[in-house]
Design a protein around this ligand. Structure first.
Ligand SMILES: Cc1cc2nc3c(=O)[nH]c(=O)nc-3n(C[C@H](O)[C@H](O)[C@H](O)COP(=O)(O)OP(=O)(O)OC[C@H]3O[C@@H](n4cnc5c(N)ncnc54)[C@H](O)[C@@H]3O)c2cc1C
Length: 396
């Protein structure tokens, strides 16, 4: 990165960092939480008002609607992740960030005005409806198992099915719903729709208690019963829904890496501070090799994550879908950051498992990152298939 673009990005990233550290970090102890422990809508609105006043709402999307490059986005999103509430306040959070990216790429002008604009302004949250209940044999690691159906009825598609783990569905105003059209022979039959929420045909059945609690709305199980969507609200072509999902997939999974890197950098700072101040057996913890080595391993993992993200972002910026590269980055970063968070807890002893600092929360919540946006094993499995394909090609 060089020139005016780099300077602009460095300035945005610096402003975001100052905002998160000075304004958002104090909210981490705010008691306004819902019964799942997530920040209430009132708390989210209050933090967002402050981001807006600072001119930092959705900082990775510019005033002309243009998106920073992925390498630039990495710098900004990493800073927004320095607090578990940072990305929420600044509107760089999942699933909105990935949904905005997708709409910006493939939405019509009308869709952008109606659905994307309020999302960029931070006035509408969104949800992505892909996964289905495992106990019913629906889509999970394998999206081709999708059971939710859509059928054309005049000028409308009628959607029926059940979805699971839909982050933020409760309280969202925009939904992107995936369904399969049995009558469509083109492609996989998968279709993607933009829908207004709430809609009585999309019923939140249950919000399970989960390992994480930073996400307003939690991760809902949802019943979709005769949802009628105008044909004009299909994203892309019928049958090509999975291809469109691919456009969202790599940048979305990389943006998780960016935010979690920020969170783990902060945890490492907190653990370092603890290890320097706390004494045991006549000296600071950091002077015990066992502790010093844990912090050294953190530094190495954090740098490797930064480099992996920058490399993958560069691949996406070159115009590639980056499917294999983002699989590699997602596995490497999620596994390394899990180790970093675990070491931070260990360095801090009992304090590490209390809610006095964000270390406990990050350790708990980052566990799910090894599962969502593709479990580690699924990424490795698809990379192994590619290795086999490439080998076979090389033999010809
Ligand atoms: C916190 C959280 C938020 C989420 N938010 C959303 C959301 O907003 N929208 C949405 O649509 N979905 C969401 N999901 C769902 C997520 O995408 C799925 O959990 C994920 O795709 C895995 O599907 P599954 O849970 O059905 O696991 P399963 O498909 O049952 O897989 C279970 C395990 O089997 C193993 N496995 C599967 N396939 C293979 C393979 N080929 N090789 C080796 N091992 C394999 C893996 O270890 C995997 O973890 C969310 C999940 C979580 C935990």
């Amino acid at each position: 990165m060089s020139g005016a673009g780099a300077e602009r990005t460095a300035a945005i990233a610096a402003q975001v960092e100052t905002f998160v550290r000075d304004i958002i970090v104090p909210y981490e102890q705010d008691p306004r939480r819902d019964h799942h422990g997530a920040p209430t809508e009132e708390l989210v609105d209050e933090m967002r008002e402050k981001a807006r006043a600072a001119g930092l709402m959705t900082p990775h999307i510019l005033s002309d609607g243009g998106h920073l490059t992925q390498r630039e986005t990495a710098l900004v999103l990493q800073k927004s992740g320095l607090s578990p509430f940072g990305a929420l306040a600044l509107n760089t959070n999942a699933p909105d960030e990935g949904n905005m990216y997708l709409l910006g790429k493939v939405g019509s002008e009308e869709m952008k005005q109606r659905f994307l604009k309020p999302m960029i302004e931070g006035r509408a949250r969104s949800a992505f409806f892909m996964t289905e209940p495992a106990e019913e044999g629906g889509a999970g690691s394998d999206p081709s198992m999708m059971q939710t159906t859509c059928r054309l009825d005049g000028n409308h598609w009628v959607i029926n099915g059940r979805k699971a783990f839909i982050t933020g569905a409760l309280g969202a105003k925009v939904g992107i719903v995936m369904a399969k059209a049995p009558e469509v022979e083109h492609g996989s039959g998968a279709c993607m729709f933009l829908v207004d929420l709430p809609d009585p045909a999309i019923r939140i059945e249950h919000v399970p208690n989960t390992i994480d609690n930073s996400m307003p709305g939690g991760h809902s199980t949802v019943a979709i019963e005769n949802l009628r969507v105008p044909a004009s609200q299909m994203l892309g072509e019928a049958g090509e829904g999975f291809q469109y999902a691919q456009i969202r997939l790599a940048p979305a999974r990389l943006s998780h890496c960016m935010r979690w890197l920020g969170a783990c950098i902060r945890c490492h700072e907190i653990a370092t501070d603890y290890a320097n101040r706390r004494q045991a057996f006549g000296k600071a913890l950091i002077d015990h090799e066992g502790v010093g080595f844990m912090l050294a391993d953190n530094l190495i993992d954090l740098k490797q994550c930064e480099l992996m993200i920058d490399w993958c972002a560069g691949v996406l910026d070159s115009g590639s879908l980056g499917t294999a590269e983002s699989s590699m980055a997602k596995v490497a970063v999620s596994e390394a950051l899990m180790r970093v968070a675990d070491r931070c807890v260990q360095v801090m002893g009992g304090t590490g498992v209390t809610d006095k600092t964000i270390v406990e929360r990050v350790f708990r919540e980052i566990r799910a990152f090894r599962i969502y946006d593709g479990p580690t094993e699924v990424h490795k499995w698809s990379l192994a298939k590619k290795i086999k394909r490439d080998w076979a090609k090389a033999q010809q």
